[in-house]
Design a protein around this ligand. Sequence first.
Ligand SMILES: NC(=O)c1ccc[n+]([C@@H]2O[C@H](COP(=O)([O-])OP(=O)(O)OC[C@H]3O[C@@H](n4cnc5c(N)ncnc54)[C@H](OP(=O)(O)O)[C@@H]3O)[C@@H](O)[C@H]2O)c1
Length: 363
Amino acid sequence: MVGKHLFRPLVNKGIIAVDLTYLYRTEEIVLFLSDLHILVPEYGSKEVLKLGNIPIPVPQYKQLLVQVHAAALNPIDSKRRLGPIFPTDFPAVPGCDMAGVVIGQGIDVTQVDIGNEVFGNIQDFNSIEKLKQVGTLAQFIVVEERLVARKPESLSFEEAASLPLAVQTAVEGFRTVNFMKGQTIFVVGGAGGVGTLVIQLAKYVYGASYVVATTSTPKVKFVKQLGADKVVDYTKIKYEDIEEKFDFLYDTIGDCKKYVVVAKDNAAIVDITWPPSHPRAVYSSLTVSRKSLEKLIPYLKSRELKPMIDPTGPYPFDNVIEAFQYVETGRARGKVVVSCFPLQDPHSNILSGVNTTIGVNGF
Ligand SMILES: NC(=O)c1ccc[n+]([C@@H]2O[C@H](COP(=O)([O-])OP(=O)(O)OC[C@H]3O[C@@H](n4cnc5c(N)ncnc54)[C@H](OP(=O)(O)O)[C@@H]3O)[C@@H](O)[C@H]2O)c1
């Protein structure tokens, strides 16, 4: 009976299949009609974040309805909340990265089945005008099937959620400069979400012959363990004192005006921050796609490429303000991950954090 109630509106809205076993069962009508999200009601600091209900999105042509099990934060989520860098309709829901379970489909979905575990960056930065207002800090999201890949069983939801945006960015830098096996690389900012992946990709995927990365003293050992042949502690070593010269300078911090001294005369220089911090640097931006994730799955399965989750997390969903606060320190070690909203008792949850305590429907 309950199943019929749920299924009919789905069919009416164009969803051709849904697996009700993934829907919360005791308050399912309420949950079906409303989805708990972290909402951004206006531009502002992390304190504007609120917990609220908005309708569960309906998957359209070639889209999936996914129950989010874990999400990851990226600096872009904060930048987008702080000011109008992209078109935004309020209330918006932050979040690009997620891993979860497909529970419904729009029409003409061919690559993914209901029940599949998937991960991806749901925000297609290749076409800014199509950026979604409902991001991944939510119980349910819709996403184009072309943006998600099947989650390898060997990865937890949290590990898988930590990857998409950062790894799509990291890969693109190598493509931008047509990096060749055997070349040497100097990574500025080796401990961050992107930097931790750049080091591993250089060493274990792209065949760099020598990998050096910068970080501060407490993270030197961590960056070495990622595969860096040498770590430059930027609090102790002056960039002018580095004598080696490199084929590729990969800047994840926007600091390459300092480090350009370590680049060979004909070296490629990539900066992923905007605007690039040196006239020689080329800006590189991510390409969002399923294929970019699928190509890395063999390396993820073999653990040559390891997701790096910051040890302060995964943050429970109701501590998302603390998670943002931490990301915004600029000191994260790998990725800041948020676990899914606990479905067992969603209405008992309160969003806690700095200066904010708003309950469900508090928006
Ligand atoms: N172009 C694109 O498509 C694209 C995509 C993703 C991200 N981005 C941008 O790229 C930047 C990095 O992103 P992310 O996700 O990697 O950020 P993140 O995870 O927040 O980076 C934090 C890391 O930066 C390190 N760091 C800070 N200042 C440093 C310095 N002077 N030298 C060396 N390391 C330093 C910190 O290590 P220490 O504590 O040791 O200093 C920390 O581990 C952000 O500005 C982001 O917006 C661009």
